[in-house]
Design a protein around this ligand. Structure first.
Ligand code: P6P
Length: 343
């Protein structure tokens, strides 16, 4: 029986190996991990817990909120308010930021999350997940007390101090980076603890598996159509190999597959909403996933630029997402650049 390493031990050993993980950041990660355990309990109850179905409200994205969206959001807010590690939080489910109430001390970190991504899959029992991203307050000079504002969150993804997701599937798995590689922890339900099950996630540079919603094919830009057509042509085509397709329509599930066995995930711009760069959100979906993907040796762009270099302009900003095995992402990015280069 191999020795089981807990999340706490992993963080302590990361600190020993790579230097200080500030105490507030370690506490933040432990608190978020504990909140994900509580969300898993609600998710796993399903119909028995009266948590399925619509909450009868809409979020800032104009999407119908599921009961579990709201439950998960409240679990994360309540778990993180009191610890003194955070100044404020932002969520897909909240119009504006949630500042830590005055009755608690404020810390130096900012936490953003999509509390339950893929919620259209909740009622049909398909894997869903929580995505989170951690930034430091920009002006963390203890002598300068400035009220935290939405502008403090608008930092490019390469500023992230940590990122992760929890996938609620056949197993409940927490995937985390603090900037020194990616680790996976599986929830031991008997003990209620996170156990390290993969300590150095590596994404293969090549793949034969793509993930995209094919029903949008007629709306894609030419570089995306070119790439997917070549994949569909298989070994008789220019790629010289057959491809497989997967689309769970739950970003956490699709990205977890890529973290586990490689692949390319694409939610590109399409002409259904030409003024919007894409469907997915930069701050609490694309940036944390891009951080994890890059830390595992993959690549993440919006078609032309590195996602983690994009300068955010608003909290709920959307972005086009191409991420995964780096040689495939590079190819799609090259096709976009070729298309943008005047003949
Ligand atoms: P579509 C879920 O609603 C989500 O935000 C991502 O998790 C997922 O990748 C995407 O939307 C699915 O979108 O248009 O295929 O339903």
């Amino acid at each position: 029986m191999t020795k089981r390493v807990s999340l706490t031990q992993y963080l302590v050993e990361q600190q020993r190996e790579h230097g200080q993980i500030p105490a507030q950041l370690r506490l933040l990660i432990e608190v978020v991990a504990r909140a994900c355990k509580r969300i898993a309990i609600s998710v796993n109850k399903g119909a028995l817990g009266e948590v399925l179905g619509s909450a009868g409200s809409e979020n800032v994205q104009g999407e119908v909120q599921k009961k579990l969206d709201i439950i998960s959001n409240e679990v994360l807010i309540e778990a993180n308010e009191w610890g003194g590690h955070l100044a404020a939080m932002a969520s897909e489910e909240m119009d504006s930021i949630h500042v830590v109430p005055n009755r608690y001390p404020q810390g130096e970190y900012l936490l953003m999350f999509d509390p339950l991504d893929g919620s259209s899959n909740i009622d049909v029992n398909v894997s869903i997940g929580t995505i989170f991203s951690v930034l430091k307050k920009p002006n963390d000079d203890p002598n300068v007390i400035e009220p935290v504002s939405e502008a403090d969150f608008l930092q490019p993804g390469h500023q992230q101090a940590a990122a992760g997701y929890c996938v609620y599937g056949p197993q409940t798995t927490l995937v985390l980076t603090v900037g020194h590689g990616v680790a996976m922890f599986t929830l031991d339900r008997e003990q209620g603890s996170w156990v390290l099950t993969t300590d150095k996630v590596e994404i293969p540079a090549d793949t034969k598996e793509f993930a995209i919603n094919m029903s949008n094919m007629r709306h894609w830009a030419p570089p995306v159509s070119r790439y997917i057509s070549e994949c569909l042509a298989g070994k008789e085509g220019v790629r010289g190999k057959d491809f497989n397709m997967r689309w769970v329509a739950s970003m956490v599930a699709d990205v977890h597959r890529i973290m586990t066995r490689g692949g390319i995930f694409m939610y590109p711009w399409d002409k259904r909403e030409p003024t919007k760069p894409g469907k997915l959100r930069l701050m609490y979906e694309a940036n944390p996933m891009a951080f994890l993907i890059e830390q595992a040796g993959g690549m993440a762009t919006n078609g032309t630029e590195r996602i983690m270099d994009l300068p955010p302009t608003k909290l709920h900003e959307r972005v086009s997402v191409i991420l995964g095995s780096k040689n495939e992402v590079q190819r799609v990015t090259d096709y976009h650049k070729e298309a943008a280069t005047p003949a």
